[in-house]
Design a binder for this molecule. Structure first.
Ligand code: SF4
Length: 230
């Protein structure tokens, strides 16, 4: 049985059918997709995800090898001197704040989970600086554990396509989980994020060339595509 949305309603068969059509198009466009961040395990993915705020994945991938060579375990990073870490991650921007965040994350991981990243969303979000979005990315990416991460792209694209009427990320997560079978969850976020970057841009969506046009419910799509609205 399908689950309930954030407002307690259950998606209709037609709504689930449309959601499936959206995902089928995304899978066709992005058959194999994962994060562009380089990592070797859950711990490293947590750290590089923090570092990826406000910068490109490419920038993070340039500094990550030096960081993990110097601090190969959460325990080592937990005891690091901030000024040493700052020098390594400087080029990713906001380096003071990010240094504080990853050291705190490492300390927290040591103190609460003996340095082992938990495989459970309700445990993961107990870590400093780890929200449901990051936790979902880690679960889906590292262990293929069903989870849907809702970031700004997922929020925007889901709203435009009419997959949710919510604006709160946790409620959107529930709405998407209600629409899609559990076994597909871990493949949704990364594809929607990439689609949001490539086509359904916040300011300049390419509605005229979009394979979702007929499925889309965003009123401005006609104007953006240069087509008369019906
Ligand atoms: S038609 Fe436009 S708004 Fe709708 S999904 Fe495509 S790019 Fe986004």
């Amino acid at each position: 049985m399908p689950g309930s949305r954030a407002d307690g309603t259950t998606p209709t068969a037609a709504e689930r059918g449309k959601a499936r059509a959206v995902l089928n198009r995304l899978v066709k466009r992005y058959p194999d997709i994962g994060t562009a961040l380089d990592y070797e395990d859950a711990w490293q993915l947590l750290v590089v995800t923090v570092l990826s705020a406000q910068t490109t994945d490419e920038n993070v991938n340039k500094v990550a090898p030096s960081l993990f060579e110097r601090y190969s375990t959460p325990g080592e990073l937990a005891d690091a001197r901030p000024e040493d870490v700052e020098k390594i991650i400087y080029s990713t921007g906001f380096y003071r704040q990010k240094t504080k965040s990853i050291i705190r994350l490492a300390q927290d991981l040591e103190d609460k989970f003996d340095g082992q990243v938990p495989r459970d969303i309700s445990e993961l979000v107990k870590l400093q600086g780890v929200g449901r979005k990051t936790a979902s990315v880690v679960l889906a990416e590292v262990w293929d554990i069903p989870a849907i991460a809702v970031d700004t792209h997922v929020k925007r694209v889901s709203a435009r396509l009419g997959l949710t009427a919510e604006s709160d990320p946790v409620k959107i997560e529930f709405d998407l989980m209600a629409l899609y079978p559990r076994e597909t969850w871990s493949g949704i976020s990364m594809r929607v994020i990439q689609f949001g970057r490539d086509t359904c841009d916040a300011q300049r969506p390419q509605c005229g060339d979009c394979e979702m046009f007929r499925l889309c419910e965003w009123p401005d799509r006609f104007e953006k595509a240069g087509k008369p609205s019906p």
